[in-house]
Design a protein around this ligand. Structure first.
Ligand code: MAN
Length: 540
């Protein structure tokens, strides 16, 4: 490759030498402009505004307004001097730099006035440039070979993904059918299951309510007895008036009117009226006198008997011995066990322990009892179908997710030959003084402060945005994290040919608009477009 370019280069030089031997060319004029400077004809300014004898060209006097009559002198301030620079790249310099005592052209032709002796170093420069170009050519070629392999791999990968997608779309149909079938089955078994569970729940709730009602009655009974101080099975106005908690207007005295109000407009209440009308109104502020801890030693007397929820009868007040702490709401009626416990209390146990125990029992009572066998069987059957259904649903979800990923992949533009697809799924980092920048091609660009702190998204994959003639020159990542008082962050990634995938540089040309440079063999092109030896120099 190298010798090919060198041969080409020298061939061009030789050809140009032959050409120049036949056409005289005034100082400072490039080959391409030679035809405008014909000594046989009058000279016409390049802007066409004036004509003059050819002797006026380079006579150190500016005649043309565009400076074109003085290409080899500094007479025209706007004139251009052409450095031929044989062996190196030709260039144009401002005519004002001609004979200014500084060597601008490597062939030294801009300094012909004798102010300075310029050394012609065009050959050395040309040599260096050719070597550099050769190095680039070799890199491009090697990179291009890698790119070819990468693009084959990319095409194969795309084919595989396409097949996988087709396969999955077929599988999805079956998975959906299974899910629909199991969904119907689930409905079928969940109906009877729910019915049985609801029935059980309802029965439990009913039993709970009746238990509560029963306990409420016991509480009312205890209160009734306590209020009925003359034991006539009626609570009357004087009995109510004797209780300070019924003092509505807080004047220190319970009037008969106040007592009557509590008794719901009767002068005396039997237990039925008391339970139904009076107790609901007074239970929140009624203060059972035994709430005060009974003096030790009196317990036996207070608690010796079992309770009944029956209303008072004509017998000698069977509820009389209920005068003890009322059981907590929902407590069981006292039974023999209670009596036993009371005996223990006699042995010196604190009354509070008993109450605590009752509370614990009560908590257990609050738990719903186990389902009966029939309901359990229905639940087990429904569970079995539910497991199968959940499994089918999760398989379908998995398939959907994979299908969506594959579709996304298929939609991404990985270059004309799929050469950039190799970058997908990889991330590359570059650290500057302040941040570690990351590029996950076709996904996102991020930034993270070196000394801790969270990652900031600088953009998500958007599009290729190179110029029309080279679309794959750069990528744009958009809709990154919002910039305070500014736009959403975005990143432009410029791709260059390199033998390795590498994030080579980052910058923030304007606030929250970032620019990355990334080298990759995928960006290598076979035909170098600029600065090849053929273009290096075409003049002698
Ligand atoms: C952070 C970084 C910077 C950016 C500022 C803008 O500090 O993302 O790159 O310029 O926010 O406020």
């Amino acid at each position: 490759m190298k010798s090919y370019y060198l041969l080409q280069f020298f061939a061009v030089l030789i050809n140009m030498g032959v050409l120049l031997a036949t056409i005289p060319r005034p100082m400072g004029v490039s080959i391409s402009m030679t035809s405008f400077y014909n000594p046989e004809k009058p000279f016409r300014c390049l802007d066409g505004l004036a004509s003059m004898p050819f002797e006026y060209v380079n006579d150190d006097y500016c005649d043309c307004s565009d400076g074109s009559d003085e290409p080899g002198t500094s007479a025209c301030p706007n004139g251009k001097f052409h450095c031929t620079n044989p062996g190196y790249l030709p260039s144009n310099i401002l005519a004002s730099r001609v004979n200014d005592g500084i060597c601008d052209c490597c062939d030294g032709t801009d300094e012909w006035g004798g102010k300075i002796e310029c050394v012609n170093n065009c050959k050395e420069l040309g040599k260096k440039l050719r070597e550099e170009l050769e190095r680039i050519n070799i890199l491009q070629e090697e990179g291009f070979q890698q790119r070819t392999a990468l693009s084959e791999e990319g095409k194969r990968r795309k084919e595989e993904k396409k097949t996988e997608l087709e396969q999955l779309e077929k599988e999805r149909i079956d998975l959906e059918a299974i899910k629909i079938e199991l969904e119907a089955k689930k409905k079928e078994v969940e109906g009877p299951e729910k019915e049985a569970k609801d029935k059980h729940q309802k029965a439990w709730e009913e039993s709970k309510s009746s238990h509560i009602a029963e306990m409420e009655k016991v509480h009312a009974l205890v209160a009734f007895h306590e209020l009925d101080t003359n034991d006539d099975k009626l609570v009357d106005l004087p009995e109510m008036a004797a209780r300070p908690e019924f003092d509505i207007d807080a004047n220190g005295d319970v009037s008969h009117e106040e007592a009557r109000e509590h008794l719901e407009d009767v002068d005396q209440a039997d237990f039925d009226h008391f339970l139904e009308k009076v107790w609901p109104n007074i239970k929140d502020f009624y203060k059972p006198s035994e709430l005060e801890e009974p003096p030790k030693g009196d317990k036996h007397e207070e608690t010796e008997s079992v309770t009944t929820s029956e209303p008072p009868t004509d017998q000698a007040t069977p509820y009389k011995n209920l005068i003890r702490k009322p059981p907590p709401l929902g407590d069981e009626e006292f039974d023999e066990e209670d009596a036993d416990e009371e005996e223990e209390e006699e042995e010196g146990e604190d009354l509070d322990d008993d109450v605590e125990e009752k509370k614990e029992e009560n908590k257990d009572d609050e738990k719903m009892p186990e389902y009966d066998e029939e309901t359990k069987a229905l639940i087990a059957a429904a569970d079995e179908v539910r497991i199968k259904f959940n499994d089918a649903e999760s398989k379908l979800r998995d398939a959907d997710r994979k299908i969506s990923d594959l579709k996304n992949y298929m939609e991404i533009d990985f270059g004309p030959d799929e050469e950039f697809s190799q970058l997908m799924g990889h991330c590359f980092e570059y650290t500057d003084r302040e941040y570690t920048y990351k590029l996950c091609p076709f996904d996102r660009a991020t930034q993270k402060p070196k000394n801790g702190g969270s990652e900031t998204t600088l953009g998500r994959w958007g599009e290729w945005n190179g110029p029309a003639e080279d679309k794959y020159y750069s990528q744009l990542y958009t809709k990154g994290q919002g910039c305070w008082n500014g736009p959403d962050r975005s990143t432009k990634v410029i791709l260059a040919c390199g033998l390795e995938n590498q994030l080579t540089g980052t910058s923030e040309p304007s606030r929250c608009e970032y620019q990355y440079t990334f080298s990759t063999p995928s960006a290598c092109k076979r035909q170098p477009q600029k600065n090849t030896p053929e273009h290096l120099h075409t003049e002698l």
